[in-house]
Design a protein around this ligand. Structure first.
Ligand SMILES: CC(C)(COP(=O)(O)OP(=O)(O)OC[C@H]1O[C@@H](n2cnc3c(N)ncnc32)[C@H](O)[C@@H]1OP(=O)(O)O)[C@@H](O)C(=O)NCCC(=O)NCCS
Length: 139
């Protein structure tokens, strides 16, 4: 697991987060770790090669994690038999650090724009906006 990852707000946008992610992935690849998972915004982590874990045949460890936020990257030592359900170590559960604590703040799928949008988030012109729903495959 790469997450949780955070940079203090006063130091945002200086490349610190990217450096941490890239350094972490390099160190793990050098140790022959085959796969790295995280919970996070695909808008940020896709730049490093993370893609939704569900699209790669992995099952998320909790229904509190939105599909798009459950992400994985395959490193060079990955082999095709490596599939299944990600199981969090006990401290994740003990510290209530799994997924979204309040489901009402989870991003929702907008069928008009085909994007995930936070409740109350701005909708583009022509989009009915509030008509978001759970992703079809979540129903
Ligand atoms: C996400 C986070 C770690 C990035 O740290 P950072 O040091 O600012 O990252 P970098 O400087 O390498 O990259 C900044 C770029 O990422 C973008 N970015 C940050 N969060 C983003 C998000 N959720 N979606 C899309 N882009 C995002 C910034 O807009 C910025 O873009 P720019 O380079 O075009 O200006 C930091 O914003 C943070 O601590 N956020 C709160 C905690 C969090 O959300 N963690 C991720 C889940 S584990």
């Amino acid at each position: 697991m790469l997450s949780p990852l955070a940079v203090m707000p006063e130091h945002h946008k200086r490349g610190i987060g990217s450096a941490l992610v890239r350094h972490g992935l390099k160190a793990l690849a050098e140790r022959a770790v085959p796969l790295v998972f995280l919970e996070g915004d695909p808008g940020y982590y896709s730049r490093f090669g993370f893609v939704p874990g569900g699209d790669q045949g992995f099952r998320k460890p909790s229904l509190r994690i939105p599909d798009g936020a459950f992400q994985a990257i395959r490193l060079p030592d990955y082999e095709p038999w490596m599939t299944g359900t990600l199981v969090y170590a006990e401290p994740f559960w003990r510290h209530d650090a799994v997924g979204l604590r309040d489901p009402s703040i989870a991003p929702r799928w907008c069928p008009c724009c085909d994007v995930m949008r936070r409740p109350g988030g701005a909708a583009p012109p022509g989009c009915p906006g509030g008509r978001t729903s759970a992703r079809p495959r979540d129903r």
